[in-house]
Design a protein around this ligand. Structure first.
Ligand SMILES: [Fe+2]
Length: 148
C-alpha cells in the first residue's frame, strides 16, 4: 500500500475514535486505550520509515512533526494516569485532540504533498509495505500481551 495512503487511513481512524470517545457514555477508558495505542504505533512508523526517507530535503518539517509527536505522547502519558471520571480528564483529552488534529493538518497539507513530490510511487509502495509489516508485528505483540 502507498505509505501516505496508509498514514492518512491512520489519521482518519484516530479522528473517528476521538469522535466515538466524545459520544461515549461508557467504555471511554477502553476507547482511550485504543486511540493511545493507534497514536503510538502511528508515531512509531512515521519515525521509523517516513521521516528518515525525507529528512534531508524536508528537515524543518520533519523536526516539527517529531516535536508534535513528543508533545502528544506526553499528553497521552498524562491521560493514561487518570480515569475518565477524573475532573481533569476532559480538559486533557481536549488538549490531546487539539494537538493531534494540528499534527494531522500539518502533515496532510505540507509534509505529505511534499513527500509525494520527492519520492516515486515505487518508493512509496515499498515504504508502505514496511509500515504494514511493522504494524502487523506490533499487533502480534499487543495480542500476546492481552492473552497474558
Ligand atoms: Fe501522522
Amino acid at each position: 500500500m502507498d505509505a501516505l495512503r496508509l498514514l492518512m487511513d491512520d489519521h482518519r481512524r484516530v479522528q473517528d475514535l476521538f469522535k466515538r470517545i466524545d459520544d461515549a457514555t461508557t467504555d471511554r477508558e477502553q476507547l482511550f486505550r485504543q486511540v493511545a495505542q493507534e497514536l503510538r504505533v502511528h508515531a512509531g512508523i512515521e519515525e521509523a520509515f517516513l521521516y528518515p526517507a525525507v529528512k534531508q530535503a524536508l528537515r524543518d518539517r520533519v523536526e516539527e512533526s517529531l516535536e508534535e509527536h513528543h508533545q502528544y505522547e506526553m499528553v497521552i502519558d498524562d491521560l493514561a494516569q487518570i480515569s475518565p471520571s477524573n475532573p481533569d480528564w476532559q480538559g486533557k483529552f481536549n488538549a490531546l485532540k487539539e494537538d493531534v488534529n494540528h499534527h494531522i493538518k500539518d502533515e496532510e497539507t505540507e509534509l505529505f504533498p511534499k513527500t509525494r513530490q520527492l519520492l516515486s510511487e515505487e518508493q512509496l509502495e515499498e515504504l508502505g509495505q514496511r509500515m504494514e509489516d511493522q504494524k502487523a508485528s506490533t499487533d502480534e505483540k499487543a495480542g500476546a500481551h492481552r492473552r497474558h
